[in-house]
Design a protein around this ligand. Sequence first.
Ligand code: NAP
Length: 254
Amino acid sequence: MKRVLVTGATGRTGSLVVKKLRQREEFQAIGLARSPDKVKEMFGSTEDFVWGDIKDYSSLEAAVRDCQALVILTSAVPQPKGTPQPGKRPEFEFASGETPEEIDWIGQKNQIDAAKKAGVEHIVLVGSMGGTNPDHPLNRLGNGNILIWKRKAEQYLIDSEIDYTIIRAGGLLNERGGVRELLVDKDDTLLNHPPDDIPTSIPRADVAEVVVRALLESDARNKAFDIISKPEAAEDAVVTTDFASLFQQVNSKI
Ligand code: NAP
């Protein structure tokens, strides 16, 4: 049984990963969270959860001990700034201490360092498409440069000598998984040139399944790729069930 630490386990995708891993006998899933109350509300119990903050390296050292794999699903989250004004574009900000630099760079670096020290064999990191364009609108959100800091952490992982799988998702949807064809490519090709102009999005449930399969399939190792889905009702869609083939479509190098 592989012991896997999932960070961001109270997040919308991280919680799905924990639940999916717990349905499989190959894994013991340990969730890292900040709030026992939130865990109780979402999972009904705090069993197999550990408490920590990704800015606190020592909490990560304790959390990742004896784990063979780490799934990184933490993220800085922009908050609406002030009261929305009619006719004006809403503004966003990051809470003090929760900026992309602190969460998506330092916090992810802390996780990778703690995992390396503990001898973790494989890290699966969920990031975002758009990282090849420094002028991407997401970087202007709250002046956070979020995609730039995420990309820096991805490169740190690639250079860490730990086996990695970097999943750069398109826009995340809260829709059911397992009913769409998934498309992979690299370097924002899908974002800039989506086939048939389909939306560049994917359900969180499908991303969670890709994380689980990445932990199982050797073809997912040492790969970084973008992923979106064809719309559920797309006429030409062939629902993705063979994840080894999906991972084989990605070349090994970033
Ligand atoms: P999410 O719901 O926003 O979850 C973020 C998680 O990070 C939460 O569990 C949060 O914990 C945790 N976290 C934040 N700061 C932390 C800290 N200091 N210590 C410990 N945990 C901390 O995530 P999501 O929307 O599912 O997104 C998953 C990933 O996909 C993210 O990397 C996101 O950027 C990326 N992505 C998103 C989109 C999109 O359309 N939104 C598109 C592409 C990629 P708490 O519950 O305690 O706050």
